[in-house]
Write a protein that binds this ligand. Structure first.
Ligand code: GLU
Length: 466
């Protein structure tokens, strides 16, 4: 075991976002690679916006992607006493002060600053005022060091420096007594022994403030690594406008977790020009050295391509369990009818998602095939009646019912009736599947079984006869 301790710290105000999942994944992979510790911390100090439902949704999505944590989930809402203690500590040490400026006063200061072309910043009225009445509503502000610069070495972006005068005296405790994000994140990361903070680069501006807080609280400063954002095709930040952004929406759309993991890891990280990675390989190969400095663009087609790859190469037994879930959620009874594993094996090469596979599987599972009108008008016509009847006659007495033997039966019918393959294959396919698409005819017959095959052929003949 190494001493690497990383964390994923989602705020439970909604589902697990694609971007959050990528951050979690990078942390998870590093922890696994270095046999360190992956901590999951739920940042629920914003009591009004945090819900148990979101916590559950996040945990479910992490579980689905196969990212198990070593410690947690830990909840910030369980730790308010600790945060209060730390506010008191900073107050007692003169590193924080109570600020009694009202919202109206602050707004006026802001407007004045803007009017005078200055960057709005808290002007330090209460910093200089010293202690006054404790009965008035107040916030607690951190007395940020002035002058000089705060510099850190980002493990992805390199050296980053902020002028301290640019930074406000940060509010660490609101009027209602609740602590703020920048304050609690420092206490938690320090108390939980996190030595690498790996997160989205939307937090880069928070980092110098947090470093000041580490120092004021007497904690060692961890390493930082900020991962560039994920953008949509139009180069704006990835949002619902670009398609689904919730991890679990991809499950519902028939994606496999390994496809999403493989896709997410390549958003920002690369290993030569390799595109396909198993989780095991990722754990071996992942490193911050190969994480790029610039933003990545979300490409739904590539994700779909990866998904079809994993469906094509997946284990039919496992895929049939996942397929069953999709079919059941559509109200399809999968307990009777052909075995799902055989259906999966027949459809793996032709389905990009499990939803697509479920739609195709319906033709095998339904009682009566739903024939496409166009296909019927073209193929279930009088000239094809006799060939179909000949096929039925042969199949009724055919002994073996596997794809290979059925192929012989089919060829026999073609030869004896002097028919070209397409002449019989297309009407047969329409009779069995309702359409001209689908796997090989003999494989379809094998999966459907003798009874269903013959019933469907007879049904089609009946339809032709009117
Ligand atoms: N809770 C923060 C968020 O969801 C993450 C904070 C952090 O990683 O430092 O954006």
């Amino acid at each position: 075991m190494s001493n690497l301790r990383v964390r994923f710290a989602p705020s439970p105000t909604g589902y697990l976002h694609i971007g959050g999942a990528r951050t979690a994944l990078f942390n998870f992979l590093l922890a696994r690679k270095q046999q360190g510790t992956f901590v999951l911390r739920i940042e629920d100090t914003d009591v009004a916006r945090s819900t148990q439902e979101s916590v559950n949704a996040i945990l479910q999505a992490m579980d689905w992607l196969g990212m198990d944590c070593d410690e947690g989930p830990l909840y910030q809402s369980d730790r308010f006493d600790l945060y209060r203690q730390k506010v008191d500590q900073l107050l007692a040490e003169g590193k924080a002060y109570r600020c009694y400026c009202t919202a109206d006063e602050l707004e006026k200061k802001r407007e004045d600053a803007l009017k005078e072309g200055r960057k709005p910043k808290y002007d330090g009225t209460c910093r200089e005022r010293g202690e006054v009445s404790r009965d008035l509503p107040c916030v607690v502000r951190f007395k940020a060091p002035q002058g000089g610069a705060t510099t850190f070495h980002d493990r992805i972006k390199g050296s980053i420096s902020f002028q301290n005068d640019e930074l406000d005296d940060l509010i660490i405790q609101r009027t209602d007594g609740t602590p703020t994000y920048n304050f609690v994140v420092v206490i938690d990361d320090a108390e939980m022994g996190i030595n690498l903070v790996l997160r989205g680069d939307d937090h880069i501006n928070n980092t110098p403030r947090q470093i000041m807080l580490y120092e004021a609280l007497g904690y060692p400063v961890p390493d930082f690594a900020h991962v560039p954002m994920i953008l949509g095709a139009d180069k704006s930040r990835l949002s619902k406008r670009h398609g689904a952004t919730s991890v679990m929406a991809y499950k519902d759309m028939g994606y496999l977790p390994e496809a999403l993991v493989n896709y997410l890891v390549r958003l920002g990280w690369s290993h030569g020009d390799q595109e396909i990675f198993s989780m095991k390989e990722l754990i071996e190969l992942f490193s911050l050295d190969n994480v790029g400095k610039s933003a990545s663009v979300f490409n739904p087609e590539k994700l779909l391509w990866l998904n079809s790859h994993y469906i094509k190469t997946g284990d039919p037994a496992r895929l049939s369990e996942l397929l069953a879930e999709h079919l059941q959620s559509e109200g399809v009874d999968v307990s009777t009818g052909p075995a799902l594993e055989a259906i999966v094996a027949a459809l793996q090469d032709r389905s990009k998602t499990l939803v697509e596979m479920a739609q195709q599987a319906l033709c095998f599972l339904c009682e009566k095939v739903d024939v496409d009108e166009k296909a019927a008008a073209k193929f279930l016509v009088d000239k094809n009646r006799q060939p179909l009847e000949a096929l039925v006659r042969t199949l009724e007495t055919w002994k073996e019912w596997d794809e290979k033997s059925l192929d012989t039966a089919f060829k026999n019918v073609l030869e004896t009736n002097d028919l070209k393959f397409g002449k019989l294959a297309q009407p047969t396919r329409v009779a069995l599947m309702g359409d001209t698409k689908g796997p090989g005819i003999c494989l379809i017959m094998q999966i459907l079984g003798r009874e269903k095959t013959i019933d469907r052929l007879k049904e089609a003949i009946g339809r032709i006869s009117g």
